[in-house]
Design a protein around this ligand. Structure first.
Ligand SMILES: Nc1ncnc2c1ncn2[C@@H]1O[C@H](COP(=O)(O)OP(=O)(O)OP(=O)(O)O)[C@@H](O)[C@H]1O
Ligand SMILES: [Mg+2]
Length: 272
């Protein structure tokens, strides 16, 4: 019995050793001026349940890397594994279908996941509650504020029931207060999904931003990418306990240190 349990535990450890493994990934795009190397030999693991932010100057290749992890494009060299299955994606633009209601947008994701028709409405309502939009099921997208739309987009991403959530500047277009609230919501949802005994079974997040404070506010680990080509320049473990606030002294202090490195990266490449 003990042996069986040990074997089972061993098996679990092996299959869940990482939520994403990026190994020696490079990506080039060919254009009129020839081939452009955008990502150069990137290796990065995201552990199960881990929250990682990917930080870097505009154009350094953050979205390119996220798209590769999402499987939307292929690396020129190297490998990417997401052993937990297909990741869920959330972008800066909500990309909701405007002709569907908030609830139906979520139900569509549930249908694609294979959830039975009879269960979809209840599940969509549960997800809307989770992002604190209970009662918005019948609302059209144009009736919702920017912050509410991003909440629906988050609920739709969660509807995919993925172990890995990829987020590409999802709150960049929102005002500071709304963004602050959504940081709290995302942290709460991520923590709840990773609580022992949670039915959700764990959630890792790979979150792209060029906002240093946001990166520190959210993540357990901040990975800074250099520019032209994108490489892992440096990473920081964030030991500040949650809940954090963007204006906390600890968050500000680490952000300052990271900003200095980011500035150095930008200076090296003559960007502004
Ligand atoms: N499909 C593509 N074809 C050709 N070049 C591309 C393609 N996608 C991205 N690039 C180039 O790759 C580089 C990195 O782009 P990417 O969108 O990944 O940057 P980013 O770090 O996400 O920037 P931002 O912070 O502005 O969103 C840019 O020079 C861009 O022009
Ligand atoms: Mg981008």
């Amino acid at each position: 019995m003990a042996t069986t349990l040990a074997k089972a535990a061993e098996g679990t450890a092996r299959t869940t050793a990482h939520a994403a493994r990026i190994e020696h990934v490079s990506k080039s795009f060919s254009g009129p001026a020839g081939s452009q190397l955008v990502l150069d030999d990137i290796s990065l693991d995201v552990a199960p349940g881990e929250f990682v932010t990917l930080l870097g100057a505009s154009g350094c290749g953050k979205s390119t890397l996220l798209n590769l992890v999402a499987g939307l494009d292929r690396p020129t060299a190297g490998t990417i594994e997401t052993p937990g299955g297909r990741p869920a994606l959330m972008f800066q633009e909500h990309a909701l279908f405007p002709w569907l209601t908030a609830g139906k947008n979520i139900e569509l994701a549930l249908r694609l996941r294979g959830v039975a028709k009879a269960d979809r409405k209840t599940e969509a309502e549960r997800l809307l509650e989770l992002v604190r939009l209970g009662g918005a099921h019948g609302k059209r997208v144009h009736e919702l504020s920017g912050g509410m739309r991003q909440r629906v987009a988050l609920a739709r991403a969660l509807a995919q029931d993925s172990r890995l959530l990829l987020m590409d500047e999802p709150f960049a277009a929102l005002d500071a207060i709304t963004r602050d609230v959504l940081h709290g919501e995302l942290t709460r949802i991520w923590e709840a999904a990773n609580m022992s005994g949670s039915a959700a079974g764990g959630l890792s997040v790979l979150f792209v931003t060029h906002n240093v404070r946001e990166a520190v506010r959210l993540a357990q680990r901040v990975v800074l990418l250099s520019s032209r080509p994108g490489r892992v320049a440096k990473e920081w473990t964030v030991d500040i306990p949650q809940p954090r606030r963007i204006e906390d002294a600890d968050v500000a202090e680490l952000s300052l240190e990271i900003t200095e490195h980011l500035r150095g990266e930008i200076r090296r490449h003559g960007q502004h």
